[in-house]
Design a protein around this ligand. Structure first.
Ligand SMILES: Nc1ncnc2c1ncn2[C@@H]1O[C@H](COP(=O)(O)OP(=O)(O)OP(=O)(O)O)[C@@H](O)[C@H]1O
Length: 255
């Protein structure tokens, strides 16, 4: 197998809250992420899924272990430095977009990822708007008709679709999807999940997607992991993943 894009080596994350004793949330995680992997991430509440994302994105310090990016140790790199190659979409539609800026302005800002971020003026050329219209049409939820609307006035589904586009406009080396459809109604959630799958597979994105939906975890991606009490207890790919059933997965959710 080729070299992983990201490698987690013996990763522990320990947190201390106030006077309480320190708690180890991630326990000796060893995990390789390969280019083109689309990994669904399952686990009970509190298993450590978001903590895993926070560790990868640099929002939480490791108490032990290393994170490598193409073999280079990035353990001490800040979250901002890591945004050059890691993008994230959160569960909350309010995160990830600037509410007072229009859809088009948010997209323009997203284009600056990895480069100077300052938005010089807000002059969007006709060509740029046409390009954004085409791009937003791919989400199939009328976002293309709201390019000049302030993001704060969008529906939750449109705002999540915009967050997804912003995270992927400049292709990240790793896309972290943190239950990004969970706050949406069933129909909108399914629609965003379908377009997510299309975009991830068509653009050969490398992605981790946390979900509590067993059917989605089985249906999407080439690989599936289950976290339990801070450790990866199942890691399957391709044929092995295709053979898994919801019943087999349910075993991991019984205390
Ligand atoms: N910064 C922190 N400080 C203290 N405790 C934390 C911190 N981050 C996470 N925890 C605790 O670590 C445990 C794992 O949390 P985490 O959010 O990673 O779980 P999760 O698997 O994403 O759960 P859920 O499915 O409910 O979102 C929880 O008990 C949580 O309270």
């Amino acid at each position: 197998m080729t070299e992983p894009v990201f490698r987690l080596q013996d990763v522990d994350v320990t947190v201390k809250q106030g006077t309480l004793a320190a708690t180890k949330i991630l326990k000796g995680i060893n995990f390789d992420i390969y280019e083109g992997d689309f990994i669904t991430v399952l686990g009970t509440n509190g298993a450590g899924k978001s903590t895993l994302f926070n560790a990868i994105a640099g929002n939480l310090q490791l108490s032990h272990g290393h994170i490598l990016h193409h073999g280079t140790d990035i353990t001490q790199k800040s979250p901002v430095e890591r945004t050059d190659y890691i993008a994230r979409v959160f569960q909350d539609p309010k995160m990830g977009t600037a509410p007072r800026m229009t859809v088009a302005e948010n997209l323009l800002l997203a284009e600056k990822r990895g480069a100077k971020r300052r938005l010089r003026g807000r002059n969007l050329s006709k060509e740029k708007l046409a390009q954004y219209r085409e791009l937003t049409q791919t989400m199939g939820n009328n976002l293309d008709t709201r390019l000049q609307t302030a993001t704060g006035n969008l529906s939750g589904g449109q705002r999540q679709a915009l967050s997804f586009l912003m995270a992927t406009l400049v292709k990240p080396e790793l896309l972290l999807l943190d239950e990004h459809t969970a706050a949406l109604d069933p129909k909108t959630s399914e629609q965003l999940m379908t377009t997510t799958n299309q975009q991830v597979t068509q653009n050969q994105l490398t992605a981790l997607m946390i979900t509590h939906n067993l059917a989605d975890a089985l249906k999407y991606g080439n690989r599936l992991i289950v976290l339990n009490a801070g450790d990866i207890v199942l890691d399957v790919r391709n044929e092995e993943k295709a053979k898994l059933s919801e019943e087999q997965l349910l075993k991991y959710f019984i205390a």
